[in-house]
Design a protein around this ligand. Structure first.
Ligand SMILES: [Ca+2]
Length: 473
């Protein structure tokens, strides 16, 4: 107890409860007593006092006031009908009062949007500490499209079963195609306005569906429609050019063994490697670009049975699967592979340099599980992993995507040229096997190729979902 108390007092008042509430409240109280709301000439004085607070204290101030009393009375934003219906479960009293609620003040909104990432971190600390999500917080999470908080929301839901949290999740993924096309959203769309009994009922099936969709949604990043630079000057296979793409959602992580196992359990699917016993594996010492065929290797034993299975590697990317296998997975999971161009747009995250972190290839080890040895004659564990690593073990790219380089090659759809064989597939981003000497810049812009039935223990994939949702169902 003593140690804990010491820790608390030693920790910054900025990051521990009550999050600067005392100072924020004092300023708010002064502002109310002073009647400043009705005296515009006092604005500069209070603006100055507010600016003197730390950012964390300012956040608390913005959350509690001074417009808070109207927000508490009328917290529900009035949007189009279906959204109102979702919100109806939060607060039926506000139902139908379109136009009455104006949301956060410009001052508050400016602050929240300018400091979005910090605000979400602070919000998370607040709701974790208090163990529930208040209406103010829910509203702010939705306004900031704070999908980063979905894991926190679901954890709190597990402890307290507050259905408003599921409603918050639904609001966050309102435009996410798998939710827009889901049975729970169907129920919403079909329900009659002003009939509360027909709102989403918290049945076990609905709760399960919303939870699963929200968890999935939290693991995707939206790439906006637009024109983006891809390729490299002088490259024949991938010349520098601007491409126009539609919006899509891309998985933050490579598809894992755990996810692939769900597919196999549900469908009984047999991979190419299991049918043809021709998977290619690696074990040092091997000369550059040499691999061994191993008849025992398939996704459960990606390096062959003698080198162990995936029992303790369920959060690693699935490997030893062919392009054809991936098509079957995607059909089952209602997802698809990114095109070559979509993959590169997502990887580049708006950059035009050779890598999303610049042109200095030597920095790749911060972002990727790669091979640091001079050659492949000796095992290389220098970054902790000779083979695959758990997804998300290294730093993400600027859009929050992990393992875009290294770990496993990621299959993409599409062709490099219209004349190439239909039996050729392409993968991007390099793998754990790739080194500065053995790979062409980790395939950041270079594009490799492989047979659609071939299986290697350094090939995997990540998936995307088209956006917006197709109209209707
Ligand atoms: Ca490595």
């Amino acid at each position: 107890m003593i140690a804990a108390a010491m820790l608390t007092s030693a920790a910054s008042a900025q990051t521990t409860p009550p999050y600067g509430l005392k100072k924020a409240k004092a300023l708010y109280t002064e502002w109310v007593k002073d009647g400043a709301k009705y005296q515009p000439k006092k604005k500069a004085y209070y603006d100055q006092k507010l600016a003197a607070l730390s950012l964390r204290e300012q956040f608390t101030y913005h959350m509690i006031g001074p417009e808070a009393f109207t927000q508490i009375c009328s917290m529900i934003p009035m949007r189009e009908n279906a959204r109102i219906r979702i919100y109806g479960t939060l607060n039926p009293y506000d139902f139908g009062m379109e136009g009455m609620y104006e949301g956060w003040s410009a001052r508050q909104r400016d602050f929240f949007e300018t400091h979005r990432d910090s605000v979400l971190t602070w919000l998370q600390a607040v709701i974790e500490n208090q163990g529930f999500v208040g209406l103010n917080a829910q509203h702010l999470i939705i306004d900031l499209k704070g999908k980063e908080l979905i894991p926190t929301l679901l954890t709190i839901y597990d402890h307290h079963g507050d259905n408003d949290i599921l409603t918050t999740c639904m609001m966050l993924m309102y435009e996410y195609p798998p939710f827009a096309n889901s049975a729970v959203n169907d129920q919403l769309q079909k329900s009659q306005p002003n009939t509360f009994s027909k709102y989403i009922r918290a049945t076990p099936e609905n709760i399960k569906a919303i939870r699963e969709l929200a968890t999935q949604f939290a693991n995707f990043v939206e790439v906006k429609a637009g024109a983006y630079w891809v390729g490299k000057e002088g490259s024949q296979r991938n010349p520098l050019r601007k491409v126009t793409i539609n919006a899509f959602y891309i998985a933050k992580y490579e598809t894992t063994n755990e996810e692939f196992e769900k597919f196999v359990t549900a469908t009984g699917y047999k991979t190419d490697a299991e049918r043809h016993h021709d998977a290619m594996v690696f074990e040092p010492p091997l000369k550059e670009f040499r691999w061994i065929q191993d008849t025992t290797a398939y996704w459960r034993y990606p390096n062959g049975k003698t080198r162990g299975g995936i029992e303790k590697k369920m959060n690693h990317p699935v490997t030893c699967i062919s392009y054809r296998d991936i098509q079957a997975y995607c059909t089952w999971a209602h997802v698809r592979l990114p095109t070559l161009e979509e993959w590169e747009v997502a990887c580049r995250a708006g950059t035009k340099t050779d890598f999303f972190f610049g042109d200095d290839e030597t920095k790749i080890g911060q972002y990727a599980n790669v091979w640091h040895g001079h050659d492949h004659m000796k095992a290389d564990y220098s970054d902790g992993y000779m083979y695959t690593s758990p997804v998300g073990s290294f730093k993400p790219n600027p859009w929050g995507l992990y393992d875009m380089y290294g770990n496993v090659f990621e299959f993409c759809s599409g062709q490099v040229s219209p004349t190439e064989s239909k039996s050729v597939a392409h993968a991007r981003g390099g793998s754990w096997w790739c080194s500065a000497n053995a790979c062409d810049s980790y395939n950041s812009y270079a594009i490799g190729q492989v047979n659609i039935h071939a299986s290697f223990s350094n090939q995997g994939f990540r998936v995307v979902i088209s956006s917006p949702a197709p109209p209707g169902k």
